[in-house]
Design a protein around this ligand. Structure first.
Ligand SMILES: O=c1[nH]c(=O)c2ncn([C@@H]3O[C@H](COP(=O)(O)OP(=O)(O)OP(=O)(O)O)[C@@H](O)[C@H]3O)c2[nH]1
Ligand SMILES: [Mg+2]
Length: 203
């Protein structure tokens, strides 16, 4: 079976990549399978820079093709925050529940039409000896007043998806994987996926 390595330690992302790639007959391994690998410092100032740091650091360590994912929530009324700081918005160690509470408290009193937000996902593909390239995807929505639903991870319970009429955490994983920022970014790799996988096998 063909295989891709995703430079993530986030179990929520890992599950989504596993499902999406499984439908293409591709197995996924993540950093959860390689505990000995170095920590990647997310020192970039954009999602793209951080995705490249993750992909290239792990690609160099393994001498294999690696995909990095840097993603997060952009809330318009908060000037784009939490943005690249989404994972640890309420401080270390990362805690989804506290992050949600922080966003909700910062949006207290903000009316529905001003609660617009989007998820953003940058993916970087690093192949040994080749130039790394990136793609990105978004998913538009609105921040709810209270959490709804228990699927997904991160901010999904407070992210309302207007086209579906429910929160991201009320969607099944299959439904989320058709409309999410991550899925939309991956769709841009689709036309190249076969050639990427062939190069990965050779690398
Ligand atoms: O509700 C959500 N649904 C999503 O689909 C989603 N995608 C990203 N996020 C948020 O953004 C952070 C990423 O930060 P991030 O890219 O640095 O990843 P991470 O630190 O969790 O793991 P790693 O991939 O770096 O190992 C995550 O922790 C989440 O808070 C999401 N929230
Ligand atoms: Mg991270």
């Amino acid at each position: 079976m063909k295989e891709v390595i995703i430079a993530t330690k986030n179990p929520g992302k890992a599950k989504e990549f596993e499902k999406i790639f499984a439908s293409r007959g591709v197995a996924v391994r993540t950093l959860l399978d390689f505990p000995e690998l170095p920590e990647v410092e997310e020192t970039g100032t954009t999602f793209e820079e951080n995705a490249v740091l993750k992909a290239e650091t792990i690609s160099k360590a393994l001498n294999k093709m690696v995909i990095g994912d840097d993603s997060g929530l952009i809330v318009d009324a908060l000037g784009g925050k939490p943005g690249i700081y989404s994972a640890r918005y309420a401080g270390e160690p990362k805690n989804d529940q506290k992050n949600i509470e922080k966003v909700l408290s910062e949006l207290k009193g903000v009316e529905e039409e001003s609660r617009t937000a989007r998820f953003y996902c940058a993916l970087a593909v690093a192949i040994p000896g080749q130039e790394t390239y990136t793609v990105s995807g978004t998913c538009e929505g609105r921040i709810l007043e209270e959490p709804r639903g228990s699927n997904g991870f991160g901010y999904d319970p407070i992210f309302y998806v207007p086209e579906k009429g429910v929160s991201m955490a009320e969607l099944s994983s299959n439904e989320k994987n058709q409309i999410s920022h991550r899925a939309n970014a991956l769709k841009k790799l689709d036309s190249e996926l076969d050639s990427i996988l062939e190069r990965a096998e050779r690398s």
